[in-house]
Structure formats: structure tokens, C-alpha cells
Ligand binder design. Structure first.
Ligand SMILES: [Zn+2]
Length: 599
């Protein structure tokens, strides 16, 4: 069985927003920052099915169905993991390699770099040729007000309104129509088999990697011949959209403290022109996990300068969740009187923009404001609801110092007393803790009563150990810092620490993925576990998420409990190599594949 690579899985996930996807099957209602609906997997009258946009997951508190987009499709469409990948690829327009050998064939990276360099030079000449590039130059200098120095620095060009301009040059240089097509610079005509230019009448922004190779292009329509404003290179042997950022090659030397993430290339170019050399953009895709990981390598803080419209704000919400996963501090820019950074700087100048960055809101302030916007605070009843929703959010914050800051902010905004809010937060925390414990003890009770736990049958005979294992796995699923602690041997935890086979397998897969190049990703677990098992893993994650105490102390305590329980029961000798270990032995290569060209 050949399985799809991590790149394919992640590319599909990037294009399968969980709220959109599940919204097509279940009627969802917004509830705070999540969505609720009636569970499609068991019959119920009050909704216990929840969709979490921040980590792109779903969970039913009634029947323990849970997981990600792939698990959802496996259940609803009754497919296996591979089938779900194919289903969502089709839905998201992601092309799957017909077979892994075919993937290898075709044009080499080196040839694509060569073609791209020729194209970049050719288009730049066109831009500076007044007979050809006037429309492009007018757009850049007059409409966008960019100085020539910046246009030169970014290597911006102009693709003429001509079907054969670039392809003639490339053909003369000895490149075949197939190569030109694979580099996403040309298209082959169905009618006569000839190759013609793919970018026409567009201002061309080259995407350059950290070693100076031109890896792709982003073309902005200027002639109004095409209703697509931007056309970006698709993935080629030299370029993967979801793993690159526009202008990172320039920004990387100016961003130790902070990166500014914009939606559009033109925003980035105007920010650089105004002296903000730490601006980058994702390339016509929603922010991906991979891009967030790359940014985390270069900086401590990201300022989101997304468009001020509703789509931009929704994208900002989603991005916050992604950055939280890689541990980056996020600020959100609030622009008033302009729709994007480019317009803002034109209207108000660079100094005001600098102020705007200084005053950018923290993730919590952003959430605070989006909650408040849903209520009419003049009506006492609505104000109470808003306060309750905010207290529930604060109750899930990990650090008590941070909670205090937020309580202060909410008290201030709603004109309520801090100590009464604090009481509400504390009781929400107690409720969460109780619910978590109840869930744990319910499972234990069922086990004690001899009711078979189908997912983890060994739990019944090892109640204390299994409960500790659940805590440990929940923490590992949720937090990169805990996975790192295990990986670096900071906490004493290995495969052999586990008592039950299901939990041991889960641990092995989590840590194997963690140690692979791209890092851990819940979606990649789908290859190793059934939907029922995925639902259980989603529950472990969900249970931990509801609790606010998730620090290293909790992890260490659970490891100690597990060790003590294991000792007491004097558990049978180490288990023989099992299913998961055997799959993994043949899989390590696959997990690691395709992650060798980070910029
Ligand atoms: Zn359900």
C-alpha cells in the first residue's frame, strides 16, 4: 500500500477548513469561538457535537466521535484514511501523484531554477522598456507609489500581453514545452500541442528563497484581461506554496524581534518601501502550519496585518490558533480607515503605521473584542452573557498572571468589579476540572464494572495506569513543549513506561512523528489508527484542553503515577513487537519524505 506523503496530507488539510467542511453536513451554530450542532454520528436532541476552528478539530461529547477533517470524512463517507485523503484532495482541488514513481519523473529543480531566472530577467527588461512595460510601470509607480529602488530590489517585472513572449525565449534557450509547463510558466494547447505563456499582462513578483534562487512567481493583473487578480505559481519541483513566504529572503535579516505577516505581496512591497523590512506574506494560500513553523525559526513575535474586512478577520482568528501551536507570540493590527496596510500607509504615513504596530492587540484583546461585538452591552442581560463567555475563555488560560491581566481588561471594558469576575473565572475553572475528572472517573467506573472499553480493552485491568496514560497522552497531543521534553529526555518517559498497548502505540506514533522532519501533526495519525481510536485520541486532547493546569508539574506527576502503578502491578515483561511498531518500521522513510528543502 503506498501512502501519500506528509506534504500532500498537509496541502489538503490547508484547503479543507473544518467549519466549511462539516458545515456542509451538519447545520452549525456559532458558540463563542467554536461551533455547535447535532451530532451526525448518534441520535440526539440537544447538540453535543462541537467544531473547534482554532485547531481544526471536532468532537462529540455524547458518542466520542472526534478528530480532524480526514476522520470526519472517513466516518461520514465511510472511507478508509487513503480514501478520505483522495476525497478531500478532489474537493480542495489538490492534485495527487498518480503513483510515486511518476512523482520522480519530469523536470529537475535545477532546470526550473534556470527557467525562473531567465523569466525573471526577461520580465524585468519588459517592465523597464517603455514600449512594452508602460502599463506595468504606471501601476507600480503611479497607482502604488513605489520608488524605482524598491521595484529593482524586489526584481519586479512585467509579463507582456502576448501568448508567446516568454515561451519563445525559453524555447530558444533549449527548454521543452513539457519543462515549461512543469515549471508553471506555460500551458500546452489542447488543440495544437503548442506551448504558450501562462502569465500575461501581469506585474510579476519573483519569489526568492534564502539562497537566492527564484523559486516561483506571483502575478498581479494590471490590464483587466483576467478576472483573477493574482495568479501564483502552483507547486513545482522547485517550489511548495505551503512551505514558503514571500519576501522572507529580505525580511530574515530584520526580524529577530518581530515579523509582520500581510495578505498580499503588494502590501509587503509597500511596507518595505516605507522602511518595514520585516514584512512577509503567505503566497495566495491561507497560513499553513509549515509557514508558521518556518516563521518561528526566525522570530519571536508575529504581527498580523490582515485586511480589515470580515474575511481578513476570520483568517486572523484561524492564524492565531496556528501560531499558538508553534509557540509564537501573536499581535493583531487593527486598521481603521483603510482596508489593508498598503492603503493605510498611503493615507496616514509610515509613522502612524509604526504607532499602529506598537498598539497592536494581543490575541486575547482580539478575542475580547470579537466577543463584545456580538452583544449589545447596554442591555444588562447581554452584558452578563458577554461576561460569562469571556470568563470561560479566561478559565482556559494557562498562567495565573495572564489570567489576572485579562480579568483586569474585562472588568475595565464591561465596567464590572474585578473580584466578582475573578470568582466567575475560578468557578468556571472548577467546573472544567470537575468535568474532566468526571469523564476520567466515568471511564474508570465503566472499566471497574467490567464494561469493555473497545478501544483500549486493557484499561479495565489497569485502571490507575490507564488514567495516568490518558493524562500524559492528552498533554503530548496538545503541547509541543511537552513533546520536546520527552524527546530531549527531560522527563523520564519511553515506550516501555506504558502499560496498555493502545496508549503505548499512540505514544510511539506521536513521538515518531515528532522526531520526523516536519514535526507532529494530528492528521498524520490517521494512517495508523481506526476512526474509533482517532475519536478516543481526540477525547484525550479535548479533556486536557478543558483543564487549565497543563504544565510540566502535571506531566511529571502523571509519569510518577504511571511508574508507581506499573511497579505495584508488576506488569508482565515487555510486550513483543506489535502492530504499530511493525508498521512504523517500514514507514519512517515515508513520514520523513519531502521535508528536505525548508528555506
Ligand atoms: Zn455523537
Amino acid at each position: 500500500m503506498s501512502m501519500y506523503s506528509r506534504d500532500i496530507v498537509e496541502a489538503i488539510k490547508d484547503r479543507s477548513d473544518i467549519v466549511d467542511l462539516i458545515g456542509g453536513y451538519v447545520s452549525l451554530k456559532r458558540a463563542g469561538s467554536n461551533y455547535n450542532g447535532l451530532c451526525p454520528f448518534h441520535s440526539e436532541k440537544t447538540p453535543s457535537f462541537t467544531v473547534f476552528p482554532d485547531n481544526q478539530s471536532f468532537f462529540c461529547f455524547g458518542c466520542e466521535a472526534g478528530g480532524d477533517a480526514f476522520t470526519f470524512i472517513m466516518r461520514t463517507e465511510n472511507l478508509d484514511y487513503k480514501g478520505a485523503i483522495e476525497f478531500l484532495a478532489k474537493r480542495g482541488g489538490v492534485e495527487l501523484p498518480a503513483d510515486s514513481r511518476e512523482e520522480r519523473r519530469g523536470v529537475s529543480r535545477k532546470r526550473v531554477f534556470e527557467m525562473n531566472l531567465i523569466a525573471a530577467r526577461f520580465w524585468r527588461e519588459c517592465l523597464f522598456d517603455p514600449n512594452i512595460g508602460r502599463v506595468g510601470m504606471e501601476y507600480l509607480t503611479e497607482k502604488r507609489g513605489l520608488p524605482l529602488s524598491i521595484i529593482r530590489r524586489f526584481g519586479i517585472g512585467y509579463a507582456p500581453n502576448d501568448f508567446n513572449a516568454l515561451t519563445t525565449v525559453l524555447t530558444r534557450e533549449g527548454f521543452t514545452p513539457e519543462e515549461i509547463k512543469e515549471a508553471f510558466l506555460g500551458t500546452i494547447s489542447q488543440k495544437n500541442g503548442r506551448v504558450y505563456d501562462l502569465f500575461r499582462d501581469r506585474v510579476m513578483f519573483p519569489v526568492i528563497d534564502n539562497t537566492g534562487n527564484v523559486i516561483a512567481f506571483s502575478g498581479r493583473d494590471v490590464g483587466g484581461h483576467d478576472n483573477r487578480k493574482y495568479v501564483n505559481s502552483s507547486d513545482t519541483p522547485a517550489f511548495q506554496k505551503r512551505r514558503n513566504l514571500f519576501a522572507l529572503n529580505f525580511a530574515k535579516n530584520h526580524c529577530a524581534e518581530q515579523l509582520i505577516l500581510c495578505e498580499g505581496n503588494i502590501d509587503v512591497v509597500s511596507l518595505h518601501a516605507a522602511g518595514f523590512e520585516n514584512a512577509v506574506a503567505s503566497l495566495g494560500t491561507a497560513l499553513t502550519d509549515e509557514q508558521a513553523r518556518i516563521m518561528a525559526k526566525y522570530t519571536k513575535q508575529v504581527v498580523l496585518a490582515y485586511d480589515s474586512d470580515e474575511a481578513g478577520q476570520r483568517a486572523a482568528h484561524r492564524a492565531m490558533g496556528i501560531f499558538a501551536k508553534v509557540g509564537l507570540d501573536v499581535r493583531i493590527l487593527q486598521m481603521q480607515g483603510a482596508k489593508d496596510p498598503d492603503e493605510y500607509i498611503k493615507k496616514f504615513g509610515a509613522e502612524r503605521f509604526r504607532q499602529l504596530i506598537k498598539n497592536s492587540r494581543t490575541g486575547f484583546e482580539f478575542k475580547l473584542q470579537s466577543v463584545l461585538a456580538q452583544y449589545n452591552l447596554d442591555i444588562p442581560d447581554e452584558k452578563i452573557k458577554a461576561a460569562a463567555e469571556l470568563c470561560a475563555i479566561i478559565a482556559r488560560v494557562y498562567s495565573s498572571a495572564e489570567r489576572e491581566v485579562y480579568i483586569h481588561a474585562v472588568a475595565d471594558r464591561l465596567g464590572l468589579r474585578e473580584d466578582s469576575l475573578r470568582k466567575d473565572v475560578e468557578s468556571a475553572m472548577r467546573r472544567n476540572a470537575k468535568a474532566g475528572k468526571q469523564q476520567e472517573s466515568q471511564q474508570a467506573r465503566l472499566s471497574a464494572m467490567g464494561i469493555r472499553d473497545k478501544v483500549n480493552p486493557e484499561a479495565a485491568g489497569n485502571i490507575r495506569a490507564a488514567a495516568a496514560e490518558e493524562t500524559i497522552l492528552g498533554l503530548l497531543l496538545l503541547y509541543a513543549e511537552h513533546r520536546k521534553a520527552v524527546r530531549d529526555g527531560v522527563v523520564p518517559l519511553t515506550r516501555d513506561s506504558f502499560v496498555t498497548a493502545f496508549h503505548r502505540n499512540a505514544f510511539t506514533v506521536i513521538m515518531t512523528l515528532e522526531e520526523s522532519d516536519g514535526g507532529f501533526d494530528f492528521s498524520l495519525m490517521g494512517e495508523y489508527f481506526t476512526v474509533e481510536e482517532m475519536g478516543r485520541l481526540a477525547r484525550l486532547e479535548q479533556t486536557r484542553r478543558a483543564l487549565s493546569e497543563n504544565g510540566t508539574t502535571v506531566l511529571r506527576a502523571a509519569i510518577d503515577t504511571l511508574a508507581a502503578a506499573k511497579e505495584r502491578q508488576n506488569v508482565k515483561e515487555a510486550a513483543p513487537a506489535d502492530r504499530i511498531q511493525m508498521i512504523l518500521a517500514g514507514k519512517r522513510k515515508n513520514i520523513n519524505r519531502g521535508s528536505d528543502d525548508d528555506p
